[in-house]
Design a protein around this ligand. Structure first.
Ligand SMILES: *Cc1c(COP(=O)(O)O)cnc(C)c1O
Length: 368
């Protein structure tokens, strides 16, 4: 069976070239006499993979030297609990800005450890926009401000570095923490604007099972809260992200994906491609005369995750079935919003989006 265009939100489509490389080394890796999943994470083969993955990620995202990079298991959600444990004193205030579902999940992970303040939220309008900065109620004594750069379910995105985009406000001396799970490496960003950036890999960086935390080194001097070694970022850094056995296969495939992105021209090239893909898909929705709808404020629509509804939800099942038959999969919307969602991360080619737009127009002709 041929590979379909996969619009799944995460795990999500990977570059075919990366999958082929992974397959070719599955049985035996570069003279090791065994698969990468079978050999020690402390042996020379894997240490080289880990080193190269970090160097490539640093090059890809232009990460300054005064930032540490951690490779972590447990996904983005686990980091949402570890950030307060590592960087907030017990019961210290922490500010959260909610622009969708994942910001809300982050508050649930942090609430046991901090005096949680919702500094701003667009929940009342169904998370269709970003609250104006004048309305943000930031605390001067907060341990940090937490934002979600791209809301994967609600399709709302800050464009921190884009010309004419929606940047984050200056939080002064209070460190800005950002969940970049679904938009990391999708365009250039200025890492030095953040004290911590984190992302699960399964959206834009590779396979599920691993994630990255990029943290300014001086932040690691904070005492944080009583915690087990395994939850301690500083100890993880000292151990090369290998306090215990890391997910070596996932790390390896993520590294292949970093290299692929560099070979394709880096984040500047992906910014152009992602812009073109998003433009094509929103044009298909907005040009449908209301047959398809996306209710997000156009100024902050996500380039990565495009939720849309059919004018008649009774057609949803048929849409998904016919899309699947046309080689377009993973379009079912998240249960909190229903309808459809197309995730169009770096590994989704423009041709995939064009095929989806053509299918949508054809479906409308037949069912409109
Ligand atoms: C997917 C996602 C998460 C959760 O990631 P896990 O790896 O499943 O923990 C958190 N935040 C955002 C923005 C996401 O897209």
């Amino acid at each position: 069976m041929a590979r379909a265009f996969n619009f799944s939100p995460g795990p999500s489509t990977l570059p075919e070239q990366v999958l082929r490389q992974a397959r070719d080394t599955m049985l035996e890796y570069g003279g090791a006499g065994a698969s990468i999943v079978e050999i020690s994470h402390r042996g020379p083969e894997f240490l080289e993979i880990a080193e190269r993955a970090e160097a490539d990620l640093r090059a890809l995202l232009s990460i300054p030297d005064d930032y540490a990079v951690l490779f972590v298991a447990g996904g983005a959600t686990t980091q949402q609990a570890l950030l307060p444990l590592n960087f907030a004193a017990p019961g210290q205030r922490a500010d959260y800005v909610l622009t969708g579902h994942w910001g809300q999940v982050a508050t649930r992970q942090a609430r046991p450890y901090v005096d949680l303040n919702i500094a701003a939220s667009s929940e009342a309008d169904g998370y269709r926009g970003i609250p104006p900065f004048e309305e943000w109620r930031l605390s001067e004594d907060a341990a940090y401000v937490h934002v979600t750069a791209s809301e994967t379910i609600h399709g709302v995105e800050f464009r921190p570095s884009a010309p004419g985009g929606h940047p984050f406000p200056d939080t002064g001396d209070v460190p800005l923490f950002a969940d970049f799970s679904s938009s990391i490496a999708s365009e250039p960003i200025d890492v030095s604007r953040y004290r911590a950036i984190y992302a699960g890999a399964q959206k834009n960086l590779g396979p599920v099972g691993i994630g990255v935390v990029i943290v300014r080194r001086d932040l690691l001097a904070r005492a944080g809260q009583p915690r087990a070694d395994i939850f301690d970022y500083r100890l993880q850094l000292e151990a090369g992200s290998m306090l215990n056995t890391p997910p070596t296969w996932n790390w390896y495939v993520a590294g292949l994906t970093f290299r692929w992105m560099l070979d394709e021209g880096g984040v500047e090239a992906f910014a152009r491609r992602n812009e073109a893909k998003a433009r094509a898909l929103y044009a298909a929705i907005d040009g449908s005369g209301g047959f398809y709808r996306n209710g997000v404020d156009p100024a902050v629509r996500s380039r990565m995750n495009v939720p849309f509804q059919l004018h008649d939800p009774a057609l949803d099942g048929r849409f998904l079935e016919e899309a699947g038959a046309a080689g377009l999969i993973g379009l079912k919307g998240h249960r909190v919003l229903g309808g459809m969602r197309a995730s169009i991360y770096n590994a989704m080619p423009l041709e995939g989006v064009q095929a989806l737009a053509a299918f949508m127009a054809d479906f409308q002709r037949r069912h409109g």
